[in-house]
Write a protein that binds this ligand. Sequence first.
Ligand SMILES: Nc1ncnc2c1ncn2[C@@H]1O[C@H](COP(=O)(O)OP(=O)(O)OP(=O)(O)O)[C@@H](O)[C@H]1O
Ligand SMILES: [Mg+2]
Length: 162
Amino acid sequence: MSADFSRDFDLPDAPATARLGAALAPLLAAGDLILLRGDLGVGKTALARALIGAHLAAHGLAEDVPSPTFTLVQTYESPALLIAHVDLYRVENTEELRELGLAEIVDEGVAIVEWPERGGSGLLHLSASRLDIALSLVPEGGRCARLTGSGSWAARLKGLTI
Ligand SMILES: Nc1ncnc2c1ncn2[C@@H]1O[C@H](COP(=O)(O)OP(=O)(O)OP(=O)(O)O)[C@@H](O)[C@H]1O
Ligand SMILES: [Mg+2]
């Protein structure tokens, strides 16, 4: 089994968050599970928006990427990938969680999940190709991102430049 691998990135302003999202976009592959952690308003949606927007733009598609805070899930399709952007903040029970169909999404595409801690530990086992991104505030006003790659994400993360 390959070991997890972590890297920290300083994100001094919102454009830096967008650059990290854009840099991750070409690394996406079907079967990926990307977990976005961090407090309210830290930039999880901003990062997901940049990642999805860059993937779609690379395929000549321009689409709004709204926050899934209220819809719980937004799905996107390019010729290469199905991407589901999920926000578990408002999920109230396991039935609601099951109805989102995360296991099915990861079977055929990529799931990007905000507030994964609300989905329970079962979420961690949905995919062997997992990228955990923990965002935190830094006192100067920017953010820090700690990226931890499991499975094939460890090698992908080693080559990442933003
Ligand atoms: N590196 C950064 N430095 C400073 N501000 C940033 C940075 N990255 C993102 N932001 C700003 O932080 C805010 C983040 O809002 P966003 O909705 O993405 O947070 P969130 O983590 O998804 O919140 P929620 O938990 O409510 O879903 C936006 O206003 C964005 O412009
Ligand atoms: Mg959000």
